[in-house]
Design a protein around this ligand. Structure first.
Ligand code: NAD
Length: 356
């Protein structure tokens, strides 16, 4: 298969970690007979320096014409004092809306070799491996809002509003993801209190009725927050609205123990997606070789799984990461006694050696 990938290395550690992910994809291409064609484009601080804007039109065009987008991270102290729409992060928000990325996918998986970094007791005995599918462009973060003073009382409100089609498209993404995983979806809402959640539940039930191959359940968000700590291994795919997903995905991310291990994907409903680590550009360690490339390498694995439907290729990367950690190799952020510390480049090389 031949796939065109737009590559945005970005700022700080971005170029170092993305290089390792690209080399890993090339290794997968050699092993499984695929051709990945990379086109590098600018976004973030480096784009501001070279073109005057954080997201040049050329970048949008190349991304839209690609099969997928791989992103490092953007931002850094050099651009911190720029005006809102000229900051590196403005590029990130704009590319998400230009590509219509309404579904954010954040896996939370405990690699057994890193069990000590997980704050949950005995987590390795029943290792959690779940995926949170969060609605990304609706709900309270995008609804009507106002702050006003009336009769000497200051009031503020935000509106959490969802339409049937917005719920339907994100819930369908969750069901599709479950088909590529262990076949279970838990829809999280607050239907005992909120009208928008009651509509959410109605639509989710309709899709569940059309999908007998998927084991479906509902859960209230307060219970879900508790269950993620009590027994996270019960979950396969969790689907929820924007605000609940923001909070639950950060809670669940603690399972893996380190920011440097967390991949993510944002999808548009077509096969085009944007894949990036959850962390930022880590300017404090840029250029020192201390960056952990695993979140970006695992983001590339998600690209193979969710955009290109290359399941065994994605498994191959994830297994190689597991094996590399199992053999005691670590970057500085996940280092512990008795382990071997590697640089960013060396860690990438070890993962590629373990792709068999
Ligand atoms: P950060 O995630 O960049 O760093 C937080 C801490 O985690 C730092 O100590 C850093 O060294 C460490 N860290 C992060 N990724 C790591 C990795 N792969 N390996 C080892 N250690 C790692 O968050 P921050 O310091 O708050 O932000 C730095 C810059 O990144 C800011 O300009 C911010 O706006 C930007 N940012 C960008 C994105 C993005 O591009 N998606 C996301 C978050 C922050």
């Amino acid at each position: 298969m031949e796939k065109r990938i737009a590559v945005i290395k970005g700022d700080g550690i971005g170029p170092e970690i993305v290089d390792e992910a690209m080399l890993t994809l090339e290794k997968i291409g050699e092993k499984y007979g695929h051709r990945f064609i990379f086109t590098e484009v600018l976004m973030g601080g480096i784009a501001i320096d070279e073109t005057g804007v954080p997201l040049p039109d050329e970048t949008i065009k190349v991304c839209k014409n690609s099969d997928s987008v791989l992103l490092g991270a953007v931002g850094g102290p050099k651009w911190d004092n720029m005006k809102g729409n000229l900051r590196p992060e403005a590029g990130l928000l704009k590319i998400r809306s230009e590509l219509g990325l309404f579904a954010n996918l954040r896996p939370a998986k405990l690699f057994s070799a890193l069990a000590n970094s997980c704050p949950l007791k005995n987590a390795e005995k029943n290792a959690p491996d779940l995926l949170i599918v969060r609605e990304l462009i609706g709900g309270a973060y995008f609804g009507k809002r106002e702050t006003f003073v009336k009769d000497n009382i200051k009031t503020a409100y935000d509106t959490m509003s969802y339409s049937d089609y917005e719920i339907e498209r994100i819930v369908k993404v969750a069901f599709d993801m479950a088909r590529k995983r262990r076949g279970k979806v838990c829809s999280v809402d607050k239907a005992n209190v909120l009208d928008s959640s009651r509509l959410w539940r109605e639509i989710a039930h309709k899709i569940s009725a059309e999908s007998p191959d998927i084991e479906y359940s509902d859960m209230f968000v307060d219970n879900c927050a508790m269950q993620l700590v009590h027994n996270p291994a019960q979950f396969d795919v969790i689907v929820t609205e924007n605000l609940f997903g923001d909070i639950l995905s950060d809670e669940a991310s603690m399972i893996s123990g380190s920011l440097g291990m967390l991949p993510s994907a944002s999808l548009s409903g077509t096969s085009l997606g944007l894949y990036e680590p959850v962390h930022g550009s880590a300017p404090d360690i840029a250029g020192t070789g201390k960056a952990n490339p695993l979140a970006t390498i695992l983001s590339a694995a998600m690209m193979l799984r969710y955009s290109f439907d290359m399941q065994k290729e994605a498994d191959s990367i994830e297994k190689a990461v597991e094996e590399t950690l199992g053999k005691g190799f670590r970057t500085a952020d996940i280092m512990s006694d008795g382990m071997t510390e590697l640089s960013c480049k060396e860690m990438g090389e070890k993962v590629r050696e373990n792709i068999k």
